[in-house]
Design a protein. Structure first.
Length: 281
């Protein structure tokens, strides 16, 4: 932008550079989505405010309860989770708490942290096919067959640690109750259950939903788009990352690596060899 162009801009034009519908700020005034913050303080929960900031208005208390359940469910899964482990290691390296948390959050990608978004995308795809007249069971069978043919996992199903994820049943129970009360549509829950049944077909052991699919059912039922489902998972898991980073900070450990000091990583390279003498002279 040239100097003459800068001078010709009005204050309104300059202010529109970062125009936003999320919050209004003025001297002595803070209004997220049009609500005075002094009324939100004590009048809305944190989960209500998350909904407000993302969706533009305050949720029905039953919607808030369902969202809160999903956020609580994904808070933590132990120090073996890569995002948690990375944050704990960072906390021993002299960085600040915010840096440690950021280190953990930055590990939440497509593989570790992305299954919820991918499952919402799958549920959205199934919803579109069902809207054309296909049954949930038929669509689920075709989707599962497609994943198997590609050698891919169906996102949100099965768990490498839990035979049955303890977070599945309470979350789906709350969704089922919300469906009965008319708070959310039945489609996402029906589709997820159909996928679970299709995955179990012909197997001795079922492949139940894990927390990613269960929370995906919640987010899809509440109308959150797939990409926001990952954002909400990041928001939830940030609490666990913060707690672990803070705990590790209090241990006083320094430069704690991924393995105990007495254990060295297995070496798979060449055997010991020497630089030729003519190169060392």
């Amino acid at each position: 932008m040239t100097a003459p162009e800068e001078k010709s801009m009005t204050r309104r034009e300059i202010g529109s550079w970062w125009s936003t519908g999320v919050i209004r700020i003025a001297p002595g005034e803070i209004e997220p989505r049009g609500y005075p913050v002094q009324e939100l303080i004590g009048g809305a929960s944190f989960v209500d405010t998350v909904w407000l900031m993302l969706r533009g208005d305050l949720p029905d208390p039953r919607q808030s309860r369902l969202l809160e359940a999903a956020l609580v469910a994904a808070v933590d899964h132990g120090p073996q989770a890569p995002s948690i482990a990375a944050a704990r290691m960072a906390a021993t390296c002299g960085v600040g708490l915010n840096n440690a948390v950021a280190t953990g959050v930055n590990l939440l990608g497509d593989v570790h942290g992305g299954a919820g978004q991918q499952c919402v995308e799958l549920l959205e795809r199934m919803a579109a096919l069902r809207a054309e007249g296909a049954t949930a069971d038929r669509v689920a069978a075709e989707e599962v067959a497609g994943y198997r043919a590609r050698g891919e996992y169906v996102p949100g199903f099965g768990h490498r640690f839990h035979p049955r994820d303890p977070r599945r049943d309470p979350l789906l129970g709350l969704v089922e109750q919300a469906v009965e009360e008319g708070v959310v549509p039945a489609g996402p829950l029906e589709s997820a259950l159909a996928l679970e049944a299709a995955l179990a077909e012909g197997r001795a052991r079922p492949v139940p939903m894990n927390v990613d699919a269960a929370t995906a059912v919640v987010y899809a039922s509440l109308g959150f788009p797939a990409e926001l489902a990952r954002g909400l998972f990041v928001l939830s898991r940030s609490v666990g990352i913060l707690a672990h980073a803070w705990e590790e900070t209090g241990t006083g450990a320094r430069i704690k690596g991924p393995l105990p000091r007495a254990v060295l990583a297995e070496y798979t390279g060449p055997s010991t060899r020497h630089v030729p003498a003519d190169r060392r002279s």
